[in-house]
Design a protein around this ligand. Structure first.
Ligand code: F6R
Length: 240
């Protein structure tokens, strides 16, 4: 795993945005695997800025998001579809028809998992998958446990994750208890992966991943098995 340690959140965001911009310049119709949450917000802001300045052209880019709460409507301001529109898609020249997020209103969750996995396959997998990391080491919403799922599936969120994510909701009771998530196998279909982390609260998960061992009880450690992973993290996440 390649490791880039930045001074702070702003530098982490700029470095990640540059990698995405370089990929789009080299392959205008690339497939971006995208994440939500606090970590990539600054990267998206940089990409919006780059597009406004005419330096990045999203017109042929395709995107596939990691996860979405369930059940949730896309217009709910806590949905990841809403997040993506607000933070990126509404401000760049991407064709929204080429942007994919799991359907948080799916009637048949199993069928939705299979449908979404087929979308990933039809796109040929992501050229670059962006990941954040949970304090408990989750990637996407693949929560620590004895078994990790390979493909896109409905995941029960852990109490930890519900508590951590409640900061975005009016109360902890409003946080959905489940989410669709790409599985570890879906994530591994990406040709390259960038995992981002900022802040001392991510240090334990980052340190565990960097030990180089693999355990399903810290899903990010599985990334040690992928041939092309770059960690971009700030000093606080790296040093604790
Ligand atoms: C979001 C996702 C999650 C987050 C993780 C960290 O699409 O897949 O794994 O990356 O929960 O969240 P933040 O960035 O809010 O600390």
């Amino acid at each position: 795993m390649k490791v880039i340690v930045t001074k702070n959140y702003e530098e982490m965001s700029a470095v990640a945005a540059n990698m995405v911009a370089e990929l789009i310049a080299a392959k205008p119709n690339c497939v971006l695997g995208l994440a939500t949450g606090s970590t990539p917000e600054g990267m998206y802001a940089n990409l919006v800025q780059g597009c406004k300045e005419g330096k990045i052209d999203f017109s042929a880019v395709r995107s596939v998001n990691l996860d979405e709460y369930f059940p949730i409507k896309p217009e709910n301001d806590q949905s990841y579809r809403y997040f993506m529109n607000k933070n990126l898609f509404d401000h760049v020249n991407i064709d929204k028809a080429n942007t994919y997020v799991p359907n948080g209103q799916a009637e048949d969750p199993q069928a939705e998992g299979a449908r979404y996995e087929k979308i990933i396959d039809d796109l040929g997998g992501a050229d670059l998958q962006i990941l954040g990391i949970g304090q408990n080491g989750h990637i996407g919403f693949n929560e620590p446990g004895e078994i990790l799922t390979a493909g896109t599936h409905l995941e029960d969120l852990t109490e930890d994750t519900i508590k951590v994510n409640s900061r975005f909701f009016a109360s902890v009771d409003e946080v959905p208890k489940q989410a669709f998530s790409m599985g570890i196998g879906s994530i591994f279909k990406a040709r390259s992966i960038v995992i981002m982390a900022s802040g001392a609260n991510k240090h334990n998960a980052i340190a565990k991943m960097l030990e180089g061992n693999v355990t399903t009880f810290c899903p990010a450690t599985l990334l040690n098995l992928h041939p092309n992973v770059t960690l971009i993290c700030d000093e606080a996440a790296y040093n604790g």
